[in-house]
Every structure is written in C-alpha cells, then in structure tokens.
Design a protein around this ligand. Structure first.
Ligand code: NAD
Length: 378
C-alpha cells in the first residue's frame, strides 16, 4: 500500500502545534506531505515545504489556491490537515470537504456550533471522514482508564474532579506581545473564549471519553485577570453529567507553577482513579476498603488489546507525540479502510460529533458566565 498523501494548512515555522501534527502523521510511516500553505507568508511556507521535500509547484499562496488546484490532480492529497488559529478552521474545512478531501482539524473545530454542525452535514453528504485532534485521548493509559471505568472497576461514577491548568499566560502585562497568546486573546480569531476553548475543551473531551458520560448542564465563571485582557484566562466550573454524577473543573492559563497540568480524578461507588498528563504512564487506582495501587504501563493489569497498540515497550515512557500519533494512525487507518478496502480495524479517533460537543461546551460556559453562573443545559 502506498503512503497516504496529505496537504497541510497552517502550522508554519515556529507555530506551537504544526510540527507535532507532522511528526504524528509520519510516526507510523503511513503518510507524507505533498502540498502546503504552512503559513500565509509565502517565503516561510516555501522554506518549510522544501525541508519536507514538497515540490515547489505544490507550495501555494493560500488555502483556496491549494484546494482548487490540488483537487484537479490525479495524485491529489488523501486528506487535509488544518492547524491554523481557530477562526479560520470553518472556511478551510468547508472548502476542503466541498472538494472531496477528508479533513483532520485542530480544536476547537469552529468558533460556533452552527458552523460545526454544517461541517458535519457536509462531511456526511460527501461521505468523507472528519477527525478532530483532541489528542490526549491517544494516550495508552487514557484507554486503560476507559476500560477500567466501563468494566466497573470503580463502580458507578459519582464525582469527577478535572483540571487543565497552565501558567504561560500569567504575565498579563506583557502577554499580548506573545504571538501565540495574542490571537488566543482576540475574540475575532479565538472565538468567544480563550482558556475554555483552548484547553477546557480538552478536559471536557478527556472526561467524556474515559467515562462515556456527557455533561447535562454546567455552571461556569469565566474570569479575565489583568488589564486589557478581553477573554477568559481562568475558569471555575461545576458540572452535572447525564447519569446524575457531579463534578468540577479548573481551567487556567495563569496558574503559576503549572506547565500542561491536565489531570482527572474519577470517584465511583467502589473505587477511584487518578491520572495526570505529567505522569502519563501511571494510573493511581484506589479501592473502597482496600489499598491504593500505582498501575504502570508495564503492569500485568494493562489490558492486552491496549498493550498490543503500544508505541514504545511498556517499561519506557510514551508521551505527547505518541498520543498524537495514535490519533493520526487511527484516522489514517479509517481512510485506508474506506477508500482502499484495507482489512484493518480503525481504532478510536475523535470525529466531528466530538468537535461539535466541544463547541457546545464552550457556548454553554459563556452563556452561564454571562448570566451570573446560571446552570445551562447542553
Ligand atoms: N491539539 C492540541 O493539543 C493543540 C495544541 C496547541 C494548539 N492547538 C490548536 O491548533 C491551532 C493552531 O494553534 P498554534 O498554537 O499552533 O498557533 P500558532 O499561532 O502557533 O501558529 C499558527 C500557524 O498558522 C499559520 N496561519 C495562520 N492563518 C493561516 C491561514 N489562513 N492559512 C495558512 N496558515 C495560516 C500561521 O502562519 C502559523 O504558522 C489552534 O486552533 C489551536 O487551538 C491544538
């Protein structure tokens, strides 16, 4: 089977996530980039494209030109990666879907849910796949947690505490000089939120994936600490899930002392599970009236089907790139099955419905915060 071909829009030199997408897409040797608008700056786009061996005549000025010209080629890309700031996702994805490309797009998938639903309908109409890179669900141990929860190891879920806290926006006096933060704090490019959409949606997705629970309603306070800060940089939220379980989330980008501190604690009637990204290869599992255990990725308690999918041997750590790569592998396997009849089972990757759920979570949080933290049904 030949390598899949992809075109990439966004993720230029110095971007936060571009290189992660490219490493993840190539990790399993399943794909290679063939055309690009990595940046709106043509020279930057060209220099990176040449590093990747992309032919100069497939380096374009903008996404419209890329999609229009590439859709006419016999060796056109199998899929398009979108890694631009949030507000551009919708137009780019719409054009790619209209021109019959599968799409994998970063989160939040759009800046309002009507746009996200429109993309889902278009993908369905044209029989195309649409992945969303909520890549934290790519960690082996996150899959292990899901299986443990669904197998009843902790009983009925009662309470979930979640946090995604960082400190890179804590210097609020100077933060607007940081190019990665500047657009995130600009409602025209980021959408209605900063932290809620940027990292809160990852937390919402992680909880929903590991527990199969959906948020029924939430009450949120979106704070904007600092002068001239137009969007939230710290969020406090109470949530209620569809099984009646309760929870709370802390989402922050001003939490000094924290890097990418994503963590969950799931408390059930018979036990609890704790996991944090900074110790991604370990789960803490406690039983009612029993001892607490640290389950490592190398442990005999890891389910065989999860072990089978390890990207490094269990005694060595797997990290962020591997989690992202697993998400990409499953998306690309789904393309291989669909378009080429390959006899492979495509594992889990977040699809457009998951993206819609994330955008609805953002909208509910904004509505609640604007209405004295009123409970809002999703
Ligand atoms: N999944 C994750 O874990 C994760 C992590 C970080 C960022 N993100 C998401 O990825 C996206 C990009 O974030 P970032 O931090 O890398 O941004 P960034 O500002 O670091 O980089 C954005 C890149 O996109 C390019 N760009 C902007 N508009 C463009 C356009 N119209 N056409 C082509 N290129 C364009 C810029 O030149 C730049 O190279 C955002 O949606 C963000 O929410 C996801």
């Amino acid at each position: 089977m030949r390598k899949l071909r992809y075109g990439m829009i966004g993720g230029g030199p110095g971007s936060l996530i571009g290189e992660v997408h490219r490493k993840a897409a190539s990790y399993h040797g399943l794909s290679k980039p063939v055309c690009s608008v990595f940046s709106r700056d043509y020279e930057k786009n060209l220099s990176l494209a040449l590093d990747y061996g992309i032919d100069e005549d497939r380096v374009y000025n903008d996404y419209e030109e890329l999609i229009e010209k590439e859709s006419k080629r016999s060796d056109k890309p199998d899929f398009i990666i979108i890694a631009t700031p949030n507000a551009f996702h919708y137009e780019i994805a719409k054009k790619a879907l209209k021109n019959m490309f599968h799409v994998i797009c970063d989160k939040p998938v759009t800046i309002n849910s009507d746009e996200a639903v429109e993309l889902r309908d278009l993908a369905m109409k044209n029989n195309l796949l649409f992945g969303v890179t909520y890549a934290y669900t790519g960690y082996s141990m996150v899959h292990q947690i899901k299986k443990m929860v669904l197998n009843g190891n902790i009983g009925e879920v009662r309470y979930i505490s979640g946090r995604y806290i960082q400190d890179w926006m804590a210097d609020t006096e100077n933060i607007l000089n940081n190019k990665h933060a500047n657009w995130r704090l600009n409602p025209k490019i980021s959408g209605p939120t900063n932290s809620t959409g940027d990292i809160g949606t990852h937390l919402e997705n992680l909880v929903s994936f590991t527990t199969d629970l959906k948020i029924k309603k939430l009450s949120a306070r979106l704070d904007k600490f600092g002068d001239n800060i137009k969007l939230d940089n710290n969020v406090t939220m109470m949530v209620e899930y569809d099984n009646g379980a309760k929870g709370h989330y802390w989402i922050s980008q001003i939490a000094i002392g924290h890097d990418n501190d994503l963590g969950i604690e799931i408390v059930g009637t018979k036990g609890s599970i704790k996991w944090q990204q900074n110790r991604a290869n370990y789960i803490e599992f406690s039983k009612l009236n029993g001892p607490s255990q640290i389950i490592s990725r190398n442990s005999s308690l890891i389910y065989p089907e999860i072990k089978k999918d390890f990207l490094t041997e269990g005694g060595h750590p797997e990290g962020y790139i591997e989690a992202f790569a697993r998400t990409y592998k499953n998306f690309m396997h789904a393309i291989l099955r669909k378009d080429y009849g390959a006899e492979i089972s495509a594992g889990y990757y977040p699809e457009i419905d998951t993206g819609i759920q994330g955008v609805k979570f953002i909208e509910a949080a904004v509505e609640s915060s604007n209405n004295n933290n009123k409970w809002i049904e999703i």
